[in-house]
Design a protein around this ligand. Structure first.
Ligand SMILES: *Cc1c(COP(=O)(O)O)cnc(C)c1O
Length: 332
């Protein structure tokens, strides 16, 4: 069976590096917010060509803490996309803000700028684009739109580890951005993990406080926070896996190249090709198909696993049926 995520077939060297990493943590006798987290935070910031990483518990928390760090909360509207992991929208709700869904464009399934513009009200404070399936596209344009409308931009980079647009890495279009290291992401831990990246020291400081009960120095809590600390074990695993990320991304790109070159079936529509190879890291290769169920059955017979991403858009999920949206409506 060709699996979507086949962790058991990963290189033996990587497995050994992860075992060594676990032993290092066990031998250190220190398990939360220690040297491994600090080292990973440095290494990830460097990989993202930015100054700071704040390791957190997961991607959902990374988005919530990013919004709270910027001061977005009750009374504020935050625009995002309905074609995403529900976590993007839950994070807005958890920050106390009001989510508003803009539509996506047909060709790449990314936020449509026209739709975002229609969603802006006097209460709008931020826009969260999702670099869906691994594609960074139109981020610079959205950045210009946000700065001219005095809106914050918070990139959800959970699917786009180190994808670039015109030489800028995912996460560097916004003052603060969120990553997830859920096991199936391009860079994944052996459990839950996430990170916030920022070039601004003051934002990094505030985010590190919020992730740890709002604590500034030991037992002093100048503000309310949460418990969302990256642990040493996951940080050590992430450091081992980060060394393999460039090779894994290159392999994803080679496979995607073959799909673009060789898939030709009138029932299948591909999303648009990235404008430059570096702007897509192919977290997933998602296609549209006029006979989806039949195709899935066919693949299953060939022992190839497939999934629908996403079978139910956010606004069709029970808690979000009444969610605010583009006044023109959403396409699905
Ligand atoms: C996975 C994912 C998240 C949430 O990350 P978790 O670590 O699972 O909380 C958020 N947004 C997107 C686009 C994702 O793919």
């Amino acid at each position: 069976m060709i699996l979507i995520n086949d962790f058991k077939s990963e290189p033996a060297d990587l497995r050994q590096a992860m075992l060594d990493a676990m032993k290092r943590v066990l031998d250190s006798g220190w398990y939360i917010l220690g040297k491994e987290v600090e080292a990973f935070e440095r290494e990830w910031a460097e990989a993202c060509s930015t100054s700071h990483t704040v390791g957190v518990g997961n991607g959902l928390d990374a988005i919530e803490i990013s919004l709270r760090t910027l001061g977005n909360g009750p009374g504020d509207e935050v625009i995002t996309t309905p074609i995403t992991a529900i976590a993007t929208v839950l994070a807005i709700v958890r920050a106390g803000a009001t989510p508003v869904l803009a539509d996506v464009d047909e060709s790449a399934a990314l936020l449509s700028l026209d739709s975002v513009a229609r969603c802006v009200t006097t209460k709008t404070r931020a826009v969260i684009p999702v670099h869906l399936y691994g594609q960074v596209r139109g981020a610079a344009e959205l950045q210009r739109f946000c700065s001219s409308h005095k809106l914050e931009l918070v990139e959800d980079c959970a699917q786009a580890h180190l994808a670039e647009e015109a030489g800028e890495v995912a996460g560097s279009f916004s003052r603060i951005a969120a990553y997830s290291f859920y096991p199936t992401k391009n860079l994944g831990a052996l459990g839950d993990a996430g990170a916030i990246v920022t070039a601004e020291t003051s934002l990094a400081k505030r985010a590190s406080r919020i992730r740890n009960y709002g604590q500034s120095v030991r037992y002093v809590h100048p503000e309310l926070g949460v418990n969302s600390r990256l642990d040493e074990l996951q940080a050590a695993i992430l450091r081992a896996r980060l060394k393999w990320l460039p090779e894994f991304t290159a392999r994803r790109r080679r496979i995607a190249r073959r799909y673009f070159d060789e898939l030709s079936n009138p029932l299948i529509t591909l999303l648009s090709e990235p404008l430059e190879p570096s702007s897509h890291v192919y977290h997933l290769f998602v296609i549209r198909c006029a006979r989806r169920e039949a195709l899935q059955r066919h693949l299953e017979v060939q022992a190839i696993q497939s999934l629908v991403h996403y079978p139910i858009p956010v606004h069709h999920q029970e808690p979000f049926r009444q969610i605010a949206r583009d006044p023109k409506g959403l396409r699905t």
